[in-house]
Ligand binder design. Structure first.
Ligand SMILES: *Cc1c(COP(=O)(O)O)cnc(C)c1O
Length: 392
């Protein structure tokens, strides 16, 4: 077993676990006892693989970005998760969890969403499977992300406003958990990242690991070697990064770089760079790094990118940080926006602002022309056009 895998107690080193209210225990325990067994059945694997191909559009291309490579004097490959159905990596996980929920006999789905991307991916899968879908979203986010609210409604989901606290993602998560407590038998809760109580971080990482399984195969075909010198991804909660890193964790010669959102700057008070600003703490059911005040109140994060605007990171990433297996970089709004415009002009690809954070890390890497760098392009930028335009 890898030293970066979760242990039987749900821990990655010092981080993880399941810190849940008594009333949630039966649900989480049912999931814990069944997720690996179900995921390993031929029936599950057949349907998961088939829908990844026919519905999601996998495998996504691994694209050698020549003009970008020239600019940075190295070989840059983009893993095109932006080309998935619904426009990002999130659908890999929602598909996996829907198939799991069906096999657990669940008829209803509840989810939380921040920017609305996970809500849209969940509503999409519920439509495909004819399951009832309720998505909790902060009242402020509902105002900021009107197009995604419209999409979820068109797909048949009910969007419920979280009106407590700062009325954003963490409050929506609290309300989704509360909903699950009140509807334990017929409902499955689809968490959108590698966060939450065990087994969620491990389960979501396994569903997203298709990304690096494909990268290894595609890199072998293109270059004769499965291993790049660097893999790069942005980290909000850390699900796309977990997917990009997964099959390289034990190959210590592959350098892992995680880009966090520094917002206006790590010291500015307007940041979401969790490994730089966070301390160990418990949020949404697991122990990890968390931005908090001295008395443990969650600090409101800031990032120009709604998908990275989260005060914690998944326990796997906290472990990669503590063991120094991954290097964490704090990427400012400005760096990210410039990298987004650069990719559009050099390669004809408009990235999600989240993904632009990973691209921005390129200029800080000490790469050479013979090296290979794989960047996780987690999503497409259509949803961010207004923000890009305002920046111009
Ligand atoms: C949600 C989202 C992210 C951040 O979530 P992770 O769990 O950290 O991957 C990154 N990129 C895109 C395009 C997203 O939609």
């Amino acid at each position: 077993m890898s030293k970066y895998s979760v242990n039987e107690k749900g821990y990655y080193g010092n981080f993880g676990g399941a810190f849940i209210p008594e009333m949630l225990y039966p649900n989480v325990e049912e999931l814990r006892q069944n997720y690996l067994r179900i995921m390993e059945t031929p029936d599950f694997q057949e349907e998961f693989q088939r829908l990844l191909i026919d519905y999601v559009g996998r495998p996504t291309p691994l694209f050698l970005a020549e003009r970008l490579s020239e600019k940075y004097n190295t070989q840059i490959f983009l893993k095109r998760e932006d080309l998935n159905h619904t426009g990002a990596h999130k659908v890999n996980n929602t598909l996996g969890q829907i198939l799991l929920a069906e096999r657990l006999g669940k008829k209803k789905i509840v989810a939380e969403t921040g920017a609305g991307q996970h809500g849209v991916a969940t509503a999409t899968m519920c439509a495909l499977k004819g399951l009832e879908c309720i998505v909790y979203m902060g009242e402020i986010d509902i105002e900021r992300q009107a197009p995604n609210v419209a999409r979820m409604k068109m797909l048949g989901a009910e969007v419920r406003a979280a009106k407590s606290g700062s009325r954003t993602l963490k409050d929506a998560t609290n309300e989704a958990m509360r909903h699950w407590i009140n509807n334990p038998t017929d409902t499955h809760y689809i968490i959108g990242s590698v966060v939450g109580p065990h087994p969620y971080p491990d389960m979501v990482a396994r569903f997203q690991s298709v990304i690096s399984a494909e990268i290894r195969k595609q890199l072998l075909e293109k270059t004769g070697s499965e291993l790049p010198d660097y893999v790069l991804a942005c980290v909000g909660g850390g699900s796309n990064a977990a997917g990009v890193f997964y099959h390289f964790l034990d190959q210590e010669e592959v350098k892992i770089v995680a880009a966090e959102a520094a917002g206006w700057g790590v010291e500015s008070g307007k940041s979401a760079a969790t490994t730089f600003l966070g301390k160990p703490g418990i949020l949404h059911g697991s122990k990890s790094l968390l931005m908090q005040t001295v008395d443990g109140q969650v600090v409101e994060p800031h990032s120009i990118s709604a998908g990275l605007d989260y005060p914690g990171i998944g326990p796997l990433h906290a472990h990669l940080w503590e063991t120094k297996r991954a290097e964490f970089m704090a990427i400012t709004d400005k760096d990210a926006m410039e990298a987004g415009f650069e990719l559009a002009k050099l390669e004809g690809i408009i990235p999600a602002i989240e993904s632009s954070h990973a691209l921005a890390a390129l200029k800080y890497l000490p790469t050479t022309p013979d090296q290979k760098v794989v960047v996780g392009l987690s999503g497409r930028g259509d949803k961010d056009l207004a923000t890009y335009m305002k920046w111009m």
